[in-house]
Design a protein. Structure first.
Length: 281
C-alpha cells in the first residue's frame, strides 16, 4: 500500500544557479515548497514564474547576519516552518596564500563560513521547536584535502566541516540531522566567478607542477543536473550521513590522504612523547 508523501519546505541559498538551481527545481517538481534565495531577486524570477506560490523568492547577502535572520524568519512565517536548510552559496578563491589580498580572504570567509553559520543559527530554534530538520552544508572535496594555490578556499571549507561536525552532535537529540555534501568536479561556474588574483612569479613553478599533475587526476567532470536525485535521496534518508561525496573516484585519493597523515603521526610519535614530558601514562 502506497502512502502519500508530505511535502517539505526548503530554504536554499545560492538558488539561482549551479547546483542550487538544480536542487531547487527538483524539490519544486516533486511538490515541495522552497524559499529560494540569491543576492539578486531578478535571478529568481523564472522560478517564481514557473512554480508560483510554491516559491518564496528572497534577496539577501549571506554574509549579513541580520539579513540572514530576517530571511529565515520570513520563510518560517510564510511557510509555517523550514524542514530542510541547504547552505549552498559559496565562492572559490584561487591563489597562493601570499598572493590573495586581505579583502579577498575576508570575503571568502564571509561567504563560505559565516554565511552558513548565520543561516544555520537562525534556523535552529524553529527546527528544535518542531522536533525535526535537515541541514545540508555544501562543502567540497577541498574540505577534506588542501592543495597548493587554493589554500584559503580549502581553509574556509575545513572550517565549515569542523563547525558542522560539532553541530551534528549538538543537535542530534533534537531530531535534526546535519550532512556535509562534498562535491568533486562539476561543470558549474564556481571557478569562473572566482575573484581575480595577481599571480606572483615566485609561485609559477608550483602552478606548473599542479597543472602537470592535473592531467593524471582521477576526477571526472560530473553533470550538475544529476546531483538533484542525489540531494533528494539524502534529504529523504531516515538516517542521512554526516559526510557524502558527490562524484566518482574520490575514495581512493582520500584513503591515500588519510593513510599519509597516520603514517606521519606514527613517524613522529617520538616527538609527541617528548612533548609529553615525564608524566607518561
Amino acid at each position: 500500500m502506497s502512502t502519500k508523501r508530505t511535502p517539505l519546505t526548503w530554504f536554499v541559498t545560492g538558488a539561482s544557479r549551479g547546483l542550487g538551481f538544480h536542487w531547487v527545481t527538483a524539490a519544486l517538481e516533486r511538490g515541495d515548497k522552497v524559499a529560494a534565495t540569491s543576492r539578486s531577486a531578478a535571478s529568481l524570477e523564472p522560478l517564481v514564474a514557473k512554480y508560483g506560490e510554491q516559491v518564496l523568492a528572497l534577496e539577501f547577502d549571506v554574509a549579513d547576519a541580520a539579513a540572514a535572520r530576517q530571511a529565515i524568519h520570513a520563510a518560517e512565517d510564510h511557510f509555517d516552518g523550514i524542514d530542510v536548510l541547504v547552505n549552498n552559496a559559496g565562492q572559490a578563491l584561487l591563489g597562493t596564500v601570499e598572493e590573495v589580498s586581505e579583502e579577498q580572504i575576508r570575503a571568502q570567509y564571509e561567504v563560505n563560513v559565516f554565511g552558513p553559520l548565520w543561516t544555520t543559527r537562525a534556523a535552529l530554534p524553529g527546527m528544535r521547536a518542531q522536533g525535526h530538520g535537515r541541514i545540508i552544508q555544501v562543502s567540497s572535496y577541498g574540505g577534506l584535502v588542501a592543495r597548493p594555490t587554493m589554500g584559503l578556499y580549502h581553509s574556509s571549507k575545513w572550517a565549515l566541516e569542523a563547525m558542522s561536525q560539532a553541530l551534528a552532535a549538538e543537535v542530534a537529540g533534537h531530531g535534526i540531522h546535519v550532512t556535509l555534501v562534498e562535491p568533486l568536479t562539476f561543470a558549474t561556474d564556481l571557478g569562473a566567478k572566482a575573484p581575480e588574483v595577481k599571480p606572483m612569479p615566485e609561485y609559477d613553478a608550483v602552478r606548473q607542477e599542479l597543472m602537470a599533475g592535473a592531467a593524471n587526476s582521477p576526477f571526472v567532470t560530473g553533470d550538475p543536473a544529476a546531483t538533484a536525485d542525489a540531494i533528494l535521496a539524502i534529504v529523504d534518508a531516515p538516517e542521512p550521513p554526516l559526510r557524502v561525496l558527490f562524484g566518482i573516484n574520490g575514495i581512493e585519493p582520500m584513503r591515500a590522504e588519510y593513510a599519509s597523515r597516520i603514517a606521519e603521526f606514527e613517524k613522529w610519535d617520538h616527538i609527541a612523547r617528548l612533548a609529553q614530558g615525564t608524566a607518561l601514562a
